[in-house]
Design a binder for this molecule. Structure first.
Ligand SMILES: *Cc1c(COP(=O)(O)O)cnc(C)c1O
Length: 362
């Protein structure tokens, strides 16, 4: 069942026949597994202490952790800036690689993201692939959050180019509606995992008689492991891929709907428009300092969390405290979104000690 599902997910990604992968506990473990393969397949013994990895300023913290575990210290991680839509700036990536080469270091790995945690942004895969090819580097895509869009018939084109990556992390316990924990790491060439993880101790020999089967302990870190694939398999059987596609599309369109309402409000500044079910904005009334605006938006978030109607948390973008809405639940309706925005507006008026505004949210 696991191998069938891995094959199917590889097909959805657009990976070739050589592809492989394994179920893991989550995006963090998927990233770690992929980064071990990247290290072992791109760095020789002698190069281990000079390998350099490239991430963007929006890359998830689990990538930092994985780099630390594989032996890449902070001095050899380059934080590449992002553009106005929080996507990796590939011109800056290229010049950082050149500079490291001039200094005798060994650039070996770029980590791109499919759906960043903060803003749902998608890094430019094809330009990154081109750079990786030129310098013989490994490309990893962290799709823990956003790879599920591959299953949306309407929006999968927004991930085109992802099929050129060497490895991909994909959480099923985020946007594929699974209970914790359920994720996969996929690689375009299964041999790269075998190269890192294959072991043949005497006490496992009885299980290795059928050499047409690949044992999962040869593809990843764990030996004893739960059957994480079954729940995802069952979901796909019961819902069918068409319903799964619609439910993922629903999230993307929910965020667009929220944006269409927010755009009409002059007191709100959109910091990142709707991308992959995520939108970031802040109340930014004239006359308040930056510090006061940060405080105001933090308080609005606290109020709505206390209320319990919706989970609108904050994050930080361009040094600003912003409100982040992430609409993944397929049961969330446009009415729910409107109510949530009305409630935010109510707390805004309360905190500003202003009269309730005649609502622009019809
Ligand atoms: C959530 C997330 C992770 C971490 O995944 P876990 O399943 O919590 O380990 C990694 N990368 C991105 C982009 C994420 O959104």
């Amino acid at each position: 069942m696991e191998q069938d599902l891995i094959r199917w997910l590889n097909d959805q990604t657009g990976f070739p026949e050589t592809a492989g992968g394994i179920f893991v506990s989550g995006g963090s473990m998927a990233n770690l597994t992929a980064l071990i393969a990247a290290r072992d397949n791109r760095l020789s013994e002698e190069e281990l202490s000079s390998g350099v990895a490239y991430v963007s300023d929006q890359t998830h913290s689990s990538v930092d952790k994985a780099l630390k575990i594989i032996g890449i210290s902070h001095q050899r991680i380059r934080l590449i800036p992002t553009d106005c839509r929080f996507r990796m700036d590939t011109a800056a990536l290229r010049s950082a690689i050149k500079k490291d080469l001039e200094n005798g270091l060994k650039p070996f790995l770029v980590i791109a993201t499919a759906g960043t945690t903060n803003t749902g942004s998608v890094d430019p895969f094809l330009p990154i692939r081109k750079i990786c090819d030129q310098y013989h580097m490994w490309m990893h895509v962290d799709g823990s959050f956003g790879a599920s869009v591959l299953l949306s018939e309407k929006y999968k084109h927004q991930l085109s180019g992802i099929e050129t990556t060497d490895s991909l992390s994909w959480d099923a316990h985020k946007w594929l509606f699974q209970t914790y924990s359920c994720a996969v790491v996929l690689v375009r060439d299964q041999k790269t995992l075998l190269n890192s993880f294959s072991v043949h101790p005497e006490y496992l020999k009885d299980f290795e008689k059928d050499d047409t089967l690949i044992n999962p302990w040869d593809l990843g870190i764990e030996l004893t492991r739960p059957a994480r694939c079954i729940k995802l398999w069952l979901t796909l059987q019961v819902m069918g891929t068409e319903k799964v596609s619609d439910d993922i599309t629903h999230g993307i369109e929910g965020a667009k709907y929220a944006e269409s309402i927010i755009r009409k409000d002059p007191a709100i500044e959109i910091i990142s428009p709707a991308q992959f079910a995520v939108i970031n904005f802040r109340y930014s009334p004239a006359g308040l300092s930056e510090a006061e605006k940060n405080e105001l938006n933090s308080r609005i978030s606290e109020k709505i969390l206390e209320d319990g109607y919706a989970g609108v948390f904050t994050t930080e973008l361009n040094g600003k405290k912003v409100l982040r809405m992430c609409i993944l639940n397929p049961a969330t309706t446009n009415d729910d979104i409107r109510e949530t925005l009305q409630l935010l507006d109510h707390y805004y008026a309360e905190l500003m000690e202003a009269p309730e505004r005649k609502s622009h949210i019809a």
